[in-house]
Write a protein that binds this ligand. Structure first.
Ligand SMILES: Nc1nc2c(ncn2[C@@H]2O[C@H](COP(=O)(O)OP(=O)(O)O)[C@@H](O)[C@H]2O)c(=O)[nH]1
Ligand SMILES: [Mg+2]
Length: 329
């Protein structure tokens, strides 16, 4: 399952700064050859401390984290649907994404002009106006798509399986300044603007400043500003929540790996994310819970404690299941 998230927002809200910070944090989060496919597309490993624990336990040769693909989508401006800016070029990019990360400017800076050139006065009101502009452009783009389909095929576009932009789940990422990070009134007001969508708060400047730091330094640095998790961690948590995703793990000498599946997925469906043959030839899954494994220290100990289960076709996977599939090819 390839999770792809598109970063949208008005110009000068901090999209590219955040894109760079996210890909940089990802490169650091795991020893994984992360890739920038194009200047605006990056594959980022999902930080998962469980993999480090398993890797030690199994004396693993290789850690393979789950990954998320981020796309920095420029060109969405007021009037984009009428051909302003890069016009509709952003549409194709957004269509391919499962979720949209909508970056909203909520920091004050007299140096960085707002897209509308207005002076910064009321952060809350301006954030609302900015959000409305982007959402209207997405809506207009969908209207246009619908009209095109209707004209071409003389069909009701609502009957077709078109991935409309406004159907995509949105995570709002408010780019706040240092004061905003701990301003609970501001945060709760911004949250209210977009609920029931997920809202997260980051400071793109701080994220950028962490680019040369290792994991421990980052943690300390963020804590000094009263922040628990970095933008990557926050965004991935919100995306998993919004899209109803979870991870299961496989562990062995050859590799320790995290896999992304839907909540509610059955054991054969989980097997299918590894290989379609695994799903077709599914026999059973040998499963233990990550916390049990961590606590007891080894697979043998888990087995001895009677906590290694054999599950069949109807088993519903749980987050943190450590799994070995048995199958017929
Ligand atoms: N003061 C301040 N400046 C920021 C912040 N985030 C981004 N910027 C600056 O705003 C400008 C535009 O940022 P950029 O990431 O290119 O915005 P984009 O147009 O949305 O991609 C750059 O000069 C950034 O350094 C922030 O949190 N605080
Ligand atoms: Mg940019």
């Amino acid at each position: 399952m390839n999770l792809k998230i598109g970063i949208v927002g008005l110009p000068n809200v901090g999209k590219s700064t955040l894109f760079n910070a996210l890909t940089n944090a990802g490169a650091l989060a795991a020893n994984y050859p992360f890739a920038t496919i194009e200047p605006n597309v990056g594959i980022v490993p999902v930080p998962d401390e469980r993999l480090d624990v398993l890797a030690k336990m199994y004396e693993t040769d290789k850690i393979v984290p789950a990954t998320v693909e981020f796309v920095d989508i420029a060109g969405l401006v007021e009037g984009a649907s009428k051909g302003e800016g890069l016009g509709n070029k952003f549409l194709a990019h957004i269509r391919e994404c499962q979720a949209i990360c909508h970056v909203v400017r909520a920091f004050k800076s007299s140096d960085i002009v707002r897209a509308d050139n207005k002076p910064e006065d009321d952060i809350l009101k301006q954030a609302k106006d900015d959000i409305d502009i982007i959402n209207l452009e997405l809506q207009l783009a969908d209207e246009e798509t619908k009209a095109k389909i209707a004209a071409k095929r003389k069909k009701d576009p609502n009957d077709e399986n078109i991935p409309f932009l406004t159907d995509k789940p949105v995570i709002y990422m408010f780019n706040v300044d240092e004061n905003g990070l701990t301003d609970n009134d501001l945060k709760s007001n911004l949250k209210d603007l977009v609920k029931p969508a997920e809202a997260i708060f980051v400071n793109a400047k701080l994220e950028e400043e962490m680019s040369g730091m290792d994991r421990n330094e980052r943690k300390e640095f963020l804590e000094s500003y009263g922040v628990k998790d970095d933008a990557l961690g926050e965004l991935i948590k919100a995306a998993y929540e919004t899209l109803g995703l979870q991870s299961f793990l496989t562990a062995g000498k050859k590799e320790c790996r995290a896999w992304t599946i839907k909540k509610g997925a059955t054991a054969p469906e989980a097997a299918g994310t590894i290989h379609t043959d695994f799903e077709r030839g599914f026999i059973a899954a040998s499963i233990c819970n990550y916390d049990d494994l961590k606590e007891l220290g080894s697979e043998q100990a888990v087995r001895a404690a009677g906590k290694l289960r054999t599950e069949g076709k109807t088993y519903i996977m749980q987050d943190g299941d450590v799994v070995e599939f048995k199958f017929n090819v």
